[in-house]
Design a protein. Structure first.
Ligand code: CAA
Length: 383
């Protein structure tokens, strides 16, 4: 067992940290307040090789290992969850999914453009009546000549208003539950692809783009199928295995940002004639935070390592997402409290982390769903 990063992993971590701290973090507060995603960062992430990290260079990717890709998510999570969330959807749910399931023609058509940022991707699974129970989705795919016609609606689609390409999940026959679902690659300029921003104001991720999308008699050719007919649910779940790892790494980044802010504050803020970091109650909070972050990071890195070995990672990824998001929620809450009145103001980033982190606990499968995935794997099927 070797816990050291390789020279190449260290180089990517350094590059990602520099980008996150110098180019992403300074924009985070303004992006949060205006609700406008800093779109120029997409092209920058393309130039830096982050958008399609593990994808083969033959398709425009950087060919890095999964741990390196995870390190990028951690660094971006430290700076801004809206930007890290963009990458989880674009890079993992979309690009890695096409990489796993796409035909040669689909890979050649889309992966290089997704890698450079020329195209933006979104992943259309969630519906008004199908959130955690993804197999109950209602969007229909009706065979028609040499293609299909899609009708239905999706909600909470991250990058949905910006995307050029959508992976859309639709059913041929609802009675078949997951066995009736197909995945389609849909170009968002297609007639019948209708999108608008989600109503209301989100608690966090305020710079992220979240759309409500409708498909009205949207025609796709047979060549738009991603995977075989009826394989769409597996396509969706395998994409989530990639995406959840990025969310878990992002949560470690958020928790680390909270710890760093607390350490700075504990060293400089003086009350009762000494640094607040010299009080044992503050020390206990910081010690727990540091220990929990270290444990979460190890779960995340192990899942990335297992992915690299080609091992099944569903259980490990869900454990990483569950634990990392839960401890990050706790870290953000403690960080706000430790900063007192300052933690309650947008002048200090912990206020934004406290709002953002609830999103990580919900999207790409809530903590309840991660527990279901883990428990089913631990207990196993009845023989
Ligand atoms: N990889 C590949 N195949 C998988 C799989 C995986 N990780 N997980 C399950 N499958 C397969 C199973 O093997 C099974 O196949 P067979 O029929 O051949 O046996 C099939 O899929 C059905 O599996 P289940 O019986 O476990 O299905 P289920 O209906 O009980 O659901 C669930 C399981 C884990 C609860 C699933 O519905 C789930 O993950 N729900 C949460 C959905 C979710 O995360 N939504 C987030 C959307 S994306 C987002 O939030 C971000 C955004 O912006 C787009």
């Amino acid at each position: 067992m070797n816990f050291s990063l390789t020279p190449s992993q260290l180089e990517i971590q350094t590059r990602a940290r520099q980008f996150a701290r110098e180019e992403v973090a300074p924009l985070a507060r303004q992006a949060d307040e205006t609700g406008v995603f800093p779109l120029h960062l997409v092209k920058r992430m393309g130039e830096l090789g982050f958008l399609a990290g593990t994808i083969d260079p033959a398709y425009g990717g950087s060919g890095m290992d999964y741990l390196s890709y995870t390190l990028i998510s951690e660094e971006l999570g430290w700076a801004d969850s809206s930007v890290r969330g963009f990458l989880a959807v674009h890079g993992s749910l979309v690009s890695l999914c096409i990489n796993d399931w796409g035909t040669e023609a689909q890979k050649q058509r889309y992966l290089p453009r997704l890698a450079s940022g020329e195209m933006i991707g979104c992943y259309c699974l969630t519906e008004p009546n199908a959130g955690s129970d993804a197999a109950s989705l209602e969007t229909t795919a009706t065979p028609d000549g040499d293609g299909y016609v899609l009708n239905g609606e999706k909600i909470w689609i991250t990058n949905g208003g910006l995307a050029h390409l959508a992976i859309v999940f639709a059913t041929l026959d609802r009675a078949k539950r997951h066995k009736g679902i197909c995945a389609f690659l849909v170009e968002t300029a297609s007639p019948g692809f209708i999108r608008q921003p989600m109503p209301g104001k989100e608690l966090g991720h305020r710079a992220a783009d979240h759309a409500h999308i409708r498909f009205e008699n949207l025609r796709v050719p047979k060549s738009a199928l991603l995977g075989a007919e009826g394989e769409g649910f597996k396509v969706a779940m395998s994409a989530l295995d990639h995406g959840r790892l990025g969310v878990a790494a992002g949560a470690v980044g958020v928790a680390q940002a909270c710890l760093d802010a607390c350490v700075d504050f504990a060293r400089t803020r003086r009350q009762f004639g000494k640094r607040i970091g010299d009080f044992q109650m503050i020390q206990a909070v910081i010690a727990d935070m540091a220990a929990e972050i270290e444990a979460a990071r190890m779960l995340v890195y192990k899942a990335a390592w297992m992915k690299e070995q080609g091992l099944p990672t569903t259980r490990q990824t869900s454990m990483a997402k569950l634990y990392a998001t839960e401890i990050a929620v706790k870290a953000a809450s403690e960080a706000v409290l430790l900063h007192g009145g300052r933690g309650y103001s947008s002048q200090y980033p912990v206020e934004r982390h406290y709002r953002d982190i609830k999103g990580l606990q919900i999207y790409e499968g809530t903590s309840h769903i991660q527990r279901i995935v883990i428990a089913r794997d631990v207990i196993g099927k009845e023989s």
